[in-house]
Design a protein around this ligand. Structure first.
Ligand SMILES: NC(=O)c1ccc[n+]([C@@H]2O[C@H](COP(=O)([O-])OP(=O)(O)OC[C@H]3O[C@@H](n4cnc5c(N)ncnc54)[C@H](OP(=O)(O)O)[C@@H]3O)[C@@H](O)[C@H]2O)c1
Length: 407
């Protein structure tokens, strides 16, 4: 099912869903946020009454500084990547990648999966506002209508469009129908140039008590969903030397206890992206992997909610299959550990970065003449990736174990 929506000309700034980050704003914001942060710190030492309030605003400012600092680091890495790419392309005598930038009269097409909320929604709206023909796949009709209504409220100077397609990435018929709808819409005038595999299923639970359903649903959505959607759309992408952008997670490198099922799907996505990129290089199709840290979305809200409301593992959930051989002591220790992880991770999740920073990386992967192979998004993701690279997994595991008093 295909529904279409052409954006109207209201102000973009009133609604915060699409990415607001632009290159010019980064330095300005960074400078402003750091000065405000220093001023509030100064006042907090001189005025006890406003201490609490200022502490809060200092915290918010610190978050803002982190976001924009992350952006500055991103731009430095983009420049370094471009420099390296130019050298490598020369040495290995390879063709540069094709760039298809939208204009007022040219609206290349992209497909984004899982656009009802979070990163997918932000990306679909941002790309449509930037002039792309966006096919936003979504599971429910009401979410599709809501997304189109939202898009209508934005200024749309380049005349981009947003078409919603009902698609569950685990259903091959849905994928075929979506492919047919896209195929009939694109062509020489509207080349299909990008696939963004974003949809994901997330459950945090101990590996030993996770049911087959939990493993199957996670891999069917996060891994086989990407395999099947990509296989279907790859011929269209090949026609235009397009790009595939897979949304992974830093959890593939540095997972915490109970993230095992999810993290292993994302580790599989990392391997898949790397190999597929090499296999399609000669056809001009490029694969990028985006590995964000913690991002503030419905997913992170649900994780906090699950931790907060947790008392014990439910016996009536299809995602749990507690083997009879496990003693109640072992279950109890898993449950205590779960509470500890919840307490520990809540402060990180509450201060998570906005989805805009992921959208920004996606836009780079889609439009840069030299897209990066892997994007670590957010300061936490960069820090964890660097830690893993420098020290290996032994130290970070030891720190986590100590922090969770598991030993
Ligand atoms: N948020 C984070 O901290 C974080 C960190 C690292 C990586 N990521 C990755 O970022 C991506 C987006 O996550 P998010 O944070 O934006 O989460 P989100 O707000 O929960 O969005 C997930 C999207 O995936 C869709 N989806 C789930 N199962 C699907 C299926 N079988 N078929 C089609 N769509 C399906 C959901 O649709 P429904 O509304 O129909 O369920 C929703 O639109 C995911 O790949 C996630 O693993 C997120």
């Amino acid at each position: 099912m295909l529904s279409e929506c052409q954006g109207s000309t209201l102000m973009v700034t009133q609604i915060t869903h699409p990415s607001k980050i632009s290159h010019e704003r980064v330095w300005k914001k960074l400078k402003m946020a750091s000065s405000l942060f220093l001023v509030s710190l100064f006042f907090s030492f001189h005025n006890n009454k406003t201490l609490g309030k200022l502490k809060m605003s200092a915290g918010n400012l610190l978050n803002e500084v982190c976001v924009y600092l992350g952006q500055v680091i991103d731009y430095i890495t983009y420049a370094y990547n471009t420099f390296l790419s130019i050298i490598f392309l020369r040495v290995f005598k390879q063709q540069p990648f094709q760039v298809h930038l939208p204009t007022k009269t040219f609206h290349p097409a992209v497909l984004v999966t899982g656009t009802s909320s979070g990163i997918g929604r932000n990306t679909a709206l941002t790309l449509a506002i930037r002039g792309y023909t966006v096919f936003a796949t979504i599971r429910r009709e009401e979410d599709a209508k809501e997304l189109q209504e939202t898009f209508k409220q934005f200024e749309n100077p380049k005349g981009g469009s947003l078409h919603t397609l009902i698609m569950d990435v685990t259903k091959k018929d849905d994928i075929s129908n979506a492919h047919m709808a896209v195929r009939s819409h694109v062509g020489r005038e509207i080349p299909f140039i990008g696939l963004i595999n974003n949809a994901s299923f997330v459950k945090y639970l101990p590996l030993e008590v996770a049911s087959e359903d939990a493993y199957a649903e996670s891999f069917n959505t996060n891994f086989f969903g990407i395999v099947n959607v990509t296989k279907k759309f790859l011929p269209l992408l090949r026609e235009n030397r397009g790009r595939v952008i897979n949304i992974g997670s830093i959890a593939s490198w540095e997972g915490s206890p109970f993230m095992g099922v999810y993290a292993s799907t994302k580790a599989a996505v990392r391997a898949l992206t790397r190999i597929w990129r090499m296999e399609t290089r000669s056809t001009g199709v490029h694969f990028s992997l985006i590995e964000p840290g913690i991002i503030s979305t419905r997913l992170s809200d649900q994780i906090i909610e699950n931790y907060r409301s947790f008392t014990s593992f439910p016996s009536n959930s299809r995602y749990y299959a507690i083997p009879h051989s496990i003693t109640s002591n072992v279950i109890k220790s898993y449950e205590n550990m779960y509470k500890m992880v919840g307490k520990w991770s809540e402060s990180f999740i509450i201060n998570a970065a906005p989805p805009d920073i992921v959208t920004d990386a996606i836009v780079h992967a889609l439009t840069a003449p030299f897209p990066k192979n892997t994007y670590y998004v957010g300061l936490d993701a960069r820090f964890l990736a660097t830690l893993n690279w420098l020290l290996g997994d032994r130290i970070s595991e030891a720190v986590q174990v100590k922090a969770l008093t598991l030993q």
